[in-house]
Structure formats: structure tokens, C-alpha cells
Design a binder for this molecule. Structure first.
Ligand SMILES: C[S@@+](CC[C@H](N)C(=O)[O-])C[C@H]1O[C@@H](n2cnc3c(N)ncnc32)[C@H](O)[C@@H]1O
Length: 178
């Protein structure tokens, strides 16, 4: 996939026109472009039922930890290399990015046009680029830095990948032994 996924403004510039954008998962979801840095989002192109597998996560590549990478084990990261990179974070997410099974799953009933979002700390331990969250959920964590910075009580409300579960266990055992 093109390196133009690095920044949404670049996609429009490199492609020449917005019409040149070709969804990586037509019929399932597409990118909704917005002006400004990191304001774009992924939206559903159809309804999905809670628990429905939206797609398999394929075509990924190993890479360094970056704002766009997804952590898949205690010490490895991948680039999604598709429109999935436009999945934003929410503290009340609509999808689960299941890095153990490499599947994107509806975490709730989703309507066509809804934003697809996942809980970034479900895969990320210590993020490369933390940010203040704009999700507006009543249970918003406010500062998104990775699972390392959240209590197990907060994390327990969410699906988290097996590597995050293991890292939390190690963190909590180390704290208990002090
Ligand atoms: C992989 S990008 C996701 C797509 C991004 N919105 C874009 O337009 O390129 C991850 C970045 O999006 C932004 N982002 C995603 N979810 C956010 C949220 N809930 N609140 C604030 N910024 C968010 C952050 O800047 C984050 O580093």
C-alpha cells in the first residue's frame, strides 16, 4: 500500500483529487477526510451488528512504534497499510481491533455513517504520541498514553489484547511486591 497513508493531507495532494481515493475495504468502511492534522476518520459504509466480524486484518507489515502503528506483542508493532490506519480512538469504542485473532469486530451495533473507533490502549502499552482525547464519552479517560498509564479497574471495562493483559499483570505484581 502507498506510503501516502502517513498523513491524510498528503493523500489528497498526491492523488491530485479527492475522487482518486480508492477505499481499501469498499462497501465496509471508508475514510471521511477533514481539514487539519489528524481530524480524519473512518466511517461505516453499511450497518454492522454487535459481534459481527467486519474484516480480517491483512496486508500488515512489521515496523517501528509510531503514531500510526499497532502493537501486536510485548515488543513488536505493525503498520496496518490500509484505510484501517484512520481508525480513531474512543473511550466508548464502536469496534474491537483484535490483534490476537487479527480481526476487526463490531463492539456495538453500528449504523452506516457511524465512526469506527477502537480503544487504543487495548493494543498500545506506551504510545509514541500521546494525545488529549476528544471522544466526549462520559467515561472518557481524557489523556490517551497507553494501557501502562491506566488502572486495571479502568482497563477491565474493555477488550484488551493478550500482550496488554500480560503487561498489566507484570505491572500490578511489581507494584504489589513493593
Ligand atoms: C493513526 S491516526 C488516526 C487517524 C487520524 N485521525 C488522521 O486523520 O490521520 C492517530 C492519531 O489520530 C488522532 N486521534 C485519534 N483518535 C483521537 C481522539 N479520540 N482524540 C484526539 N485525537 C485522536 C491522534 O492525533 C492520533 O495520534
Amino acid at each position: 500500500m502507498p506510503s501516502t497513508y502517513e498523513k491524510q493531507d498528503t493523500i489528497v495532494d498526491v492523488a491530485g483529487t479527492k475522487e482518486a481515493y480508492k477505499p481499501s475495504h469498499p462497501g465496509l468502511f471508508e475514510v471521511f477526510y477533514a481539514e487539519g492534522s489528524f481530524n480524519s476518520q473512518l466511517v461505516a459504509s453499511q450497518d454492522f451488528k454487535q459481534g459481527q466480524i467486519i474484516c480480517k486484518i491483512e496486508g500488515t507489515e512489521p515496523g517501528p512504534k509510531r503514531y500510526s502503528s499497532v502493537q501486536v506483542s510485548k515488543d513488536s508493532h505493525i503498520e496496518l497499510n490500509s484505510d484501517l490506519v484512520f481508525l480513531n480512538h474512543s473511550c466508548d469504542p464502536s469496534v474491537t481491533l483484535d490483534t490476537d485473532e487479527m480481526k476487526l469486530i463490531a463492539a456495538k451495533d453500528i449504523k452506516k455513517g457511524d465512526a469506527l473507533t477502537f480503544f487504543y490502549p487495548s493494543s498500545e502499552w506506551e504510545m509514541d504520541q500521546p494525545f488529549p482525547c476528544w471522544c466526549g464519552s462520559t467515561k472518557c479517560c481524557k489523556s490517551i498514553q497507553g494501557a501502562k498509564f491506566l488502572s486495571t479497574k479502568v482497563i477491565d471495562q474493555y477488550y484488551v489484547a493478550s500482550h496488554i493483559r500480560e503487561l498489566l499483570k507484570e505491572r500490578d505484581e511489581a507494584q504489589d511486591s513493593k
